[in-house]
Design a protein around this ligand. Structure first.
Ligand code: MF3
Ligand code: CO
Length: 272
């Protein structure tokens, strides 16, 4: 099992290097978010993120990954993850999930957000809020955890408390560092396995995916786009997070996650 494979623990200096990648990802996703409106194509969002990454002297870790043809994944409505940018036009009322990553000096960052285009269905707004809240609940749990399984348990509890949502199980979070995907896996649900021991230097991408229906998924004929089997709408949120001696630092959040984590009684680690 992947979770039993060797984990690449990072030194504080390596975490600082990863933060540089994480901040490029944050900038690229913020630029894409700003551009989301009816009429914009998913390819245009991709180009905007690509420009930010190149402008920062970074490279995309998505482009070319197992042949993946773009810088972002843009997944709309019942698409959950890995939607390929193209000629699709964003429409009023869409849920748009944007996932992106970057590499700086060999260190990877990976992050995603979902947003609802106006006029917003309140049920879609609640879905996106529940996913985002579950992500932060998972990050807060990581800050206190002895075992990584506590993250998935916290995510599942947060989702269940928010409403009757499906939690996708076929796709999970992951270790990250000198590669985008490393051991250990980071589940978005409670499992029998307690998971890897959480200790300083562990860096993971936590990424819940939830739906307004069931948890089943299918992959479209393009070989990438993951959709809900029941066509229910989905949301995805992701951050790259480092565990340090005195707590966690959210590498893909400009403030390290300070504001969101303070609201949950967690202080971010001092990285400087
Ligand atoms: N960001 C995705 C993940 O969270 C990976 C996308 S792989 C790609 O793990 F090939 F689609 F880019
Ligand atoms: Co990821």
């Amino acid at each position: 099992m992947m979770g039993r494979d060797r984990i690449e623990y990072k030194t504080p200096d390596q975490v600082r290097a990863m933060r540089r990648a994480g901040l490029v990802v944050a900038d690229a996703l913020a630029a894409a978010r700003e551009a989301i409106r009816p009429g914009v194509t998913t390819r245009e969002l991709d180009a905007i993120a690509s420009g930010v990454i190149a402008g920062a002297g970074a490279t995309s870790n998505f482009l070319g990954y197992h042949g993946y043809p773009a810088t972002l994944c843009v997944s709309v409505n019942h698409e959950i993850v890995h939607g390929i940018p193209g000629s699709r036009v964003i429409e009023a009322g869409d849920i748009v999930s944007v996932d992106g990553g970057a590499v700086v000096d060999g260190w990877h960052g990976d992050s995603a957000f979902s947003v609802v285009v106006e006029p917003m269905d309140p049920a879609d707004v609640a879905l996106v809020a529940a996913c985002e809240d579950a992500l932060w609940a998972g990050i807060a749990a990581l800050a206190r955890a002895e075992r990584l399984g506590e993250v998935g348990a916290a995510i599942e509890d947060a989702v269940r408390a928010a409403g009757d949502y499906g939690i996708v199980r076929e796709y999970v979070g992951h270790g990250i560092g000198t590669a985008m995907h490393q051991p250990p896996e980071v589940l978005n649900y409670r499992a029998r396995d307690k998971g890897a021991r959480v200790r300083p230097g562990l860096c993971v991408a936590i990424e819940p995916m939830i739906t307004r229906g069931g948890r089943g998924t299918e992959v479209l004929d393009d070989g990438w786009t993951v959709v809900t089997a029941d066509a229910s709408r989905a949301a995805h949120a992701e951050h790259t997070v480092a565990v340090l001696e005195d707590g966690v630092w959210v590498l893909t959040a400009p403030d390290g996650g300070a504001e969101q984590l303070a609201a949950r009684g967690v202080r971010v680690a001092a990285l400087d």
